[in-house]
Design a protein around this ligand. Structure first.
Ligand SMILES: Nc1ncnc2c1ncn2[C@@H]1O[C@H](COP(=O)(O)OP(=O)(O)O)[C@@H](O)[C@H]1O
Ligand SMILES: [Mg+2]
Length: 203
């Protein structure tokens, strides 16, 4: 299967599954390597920046996408204005995207960025809810999964946990299965298991 799934998105080089990029690269392995390096750098940069006053709001979220990938992509930090699907999943319709995003981030702010959770179970339950909402939002043309997991990882560190280990769930397809349940059936239970098992307290 191709690494880049063709969906109704204008960002790809005509007739290919490769995103238009500022380096004019057409080698998808090389692009993936560059994306992975940019993401690693972003983890270092943002982990060193977050502190007790960080606001995990929409601007912060958009900025993560922008700062991480702006050297490679013009669409970094830009919400899509087309409808997108993957498999049988329809993500938030483009016309509702702005409002939906504002609603989700307002809820997270009202939830005090999860600072008031009494234990790991409650923290995981709430984090799963927001991750599921943002999976269904799928606001960017590409790189939604990686930026969303970065955002949630930073939220974990802010709340005294370590980064979530998603590696086996991503490798064995369980993360996609969980995402399908979230988007198509509003069922977060598989995602909650993945997050619960991947999360440990930073002692
Ligand atoms: N069939 C699907 N149904 C619902 N969600 C999906 C499906 N396939 C992928 N996803 C979600 O979309 C994310 C991938 O989006 P994408 O923008 O390509 O990000 P990335 O390039 O970082 O993987 C996955 O992490 C998953 O949460
Ligand atoms: Mg992708």
């Amino acid at each position: 299967m191709s690494k880049y799934q063709l969906d109704s998105s204008p960002i790809y080089i005509d007739g290919t599954d490769i995103p238009n990029n500022k380096l004019e690269l057409q080698d998808s392995d090389l692009i993936h390597e560059i994306e992975n390096n940019l993401l690693k750098e972003a983890y270092q940069t943002f982990l060193s920046k977050i502190n007790n006053t960080t606001k995990f709001n929409e601007i912060f979220f958009i900025n993560l996408h922008k700062k991480t990938f702006e050297s490679l992509y013009n669409f970094a930090g830009v919400y899509r204005d087309v409808n997108m699907t993957k498999g049988d999943s329809q993500f938030c319709l483009a016309q509702y995207l702005d409002n939906e995003s504002k609603r989700i981030f307002q809820e997270l702010e009202n939830d005090n960025y999860l600072k008031n959770c009494k234990d790991k179970k409650e923290f995981v339950n709430k984090l799963t809810y927001y991750q599921s909402e943002l999976i269904a939002l799928h606001p960017f043309y590409e790189l939604n999964g990686r930026i969303l997991r970065l955002f949630c990882d930073l939220l974990c560190v802010y709340n005294g946990y370590k980064l979530i280990d998603y590696s086996s769930a991503i490798d064995n397809g369980k993360y996609i299965e969980a995402s399908i349940d979230c988007v198509q059936y509003a069922d977060n239970s598989k995602l909650e298991d993945i997050i619960f098992n991947g999360l440990v307290k930073d002692q």
